[in-house]
Design a protein around this ligand. Structure first.
Ligand code: URA
Length: 263
């Protein structure tokens, strides 16, 4: 006998309540183990001092129970679901006219590669060749990026490649703050769908934008950072390497870290 929509909904609600209770019970257990006897039910709840609880603040997550619940609820999508969601997002981005770059573009350069990739590269913005072909990193810098990817035993098609901006800035000028603010949400959505194990930010611009810092790429590169819960490793941009081939060694060192992390 097939169930009615109401009983299916009821089952769904029941499953959600059970899941919430399970998280609640985990949280109580953890807090007991830490010697704390409270639950942080909302971000505004009183935060106890460590002298009151005997627990160091670093030991307690500042997330509310509901944040934890929502995070756990984010189920991992299958590869075909990710592909489908990326396709829908691409359709949406193709219609984007939020900034002036849409007027001069030949193509929106959305991104390319494996929707289920463990490794995602983020560059700056499309150049001339990318604008014409509608694909990121297809010029000389792109050929070098392909070699960089292959140097750690992956095919280019096994990674996912995107840019901060989806449309080419005229004369390859630097993106403006306004363009970044308007375009970055597209990239965030891509990252949320793909959920790569690691993001490799290529060059100053991608690294500074994703990490929200003004620190130089020389200082940022080669170490693991956090981007909204995902590991992020900045390295030099392939176009910079074409001008400064002596720094290829450093990129090789960085890529070995990415390779080891993915193992
Ligand atoms: N440089 C970038 O940052 N992105 C591209 O797609 C091409 C060149």
């Amino acid at each position: 006998m097939s169930s009615s929509p109401q009983s299916a909904k009821l089952q769904e609600i029941k499953a959600e309540i059970l899941s919430l209770l399970e998280i609640l019970s985990d949280k109580v257990d953890l807090e007991r183990k830490l010697g704390a006897n409270f639950l942080q039910l909302a971000p505004t709840r009183k935060v106890y001092s460590s002298s009151e609880t005997g627990v160091k603040p670093s030991q307690i997550s500042q997330k509310s129970l509901f944040d934890t619940y929502n995070e756990r609820k984010k189920v991992e999508l299958s590869k075909s679901e990710k592909t489908e969601k990326l396709k829908e997002l691409e359709e949406e981005v193709r219609q984007c006219t939020k900034c002036g770059l849409c007027k001069g573009r030949t193509n929106v350069v959305f991104g390319t590669g494996d929707a289920d990739a463990g490794l995602m590269f983020v560059g700056e913005a499309p150049g001339h060749h990318e604008d014409i072909q509608g694909e990121p990193f297809v010029g000389r810098a792109g050929q070098l990026l392909t070699k960089i990817i292959e140097s750690i035993g992956l095919k280019r098609s096994e990674s996912y490649i995107a840019n901060i901006l989806k449309c080419r800035p005229p004369e390859n000028r630097n993106p403006t703050v306004n363009e970044i603010i308007l375009c970055k949400p597209h990239l965030i959505k891509q990252i949320e769908i793909i959920r790569p194990k690691i993001i490799c930010a290529l060059g100053t611009f991608a690294a500074q934008t994703l990490l929200d810092t003004k620190e130089s790429i020389g200082k940022l590169r080669g170490t693991f950072h956090d981007f909204q819960g995902t590991k992020l490793l900045p390295t030099y941009h392939p176009a910079y390497l074409l001008r400064n081939p002596n720094d290829k060694k450093k990129v090789w060192e960085d890529m070995k870290k990415v390779r080891d992390f993915l193992k």
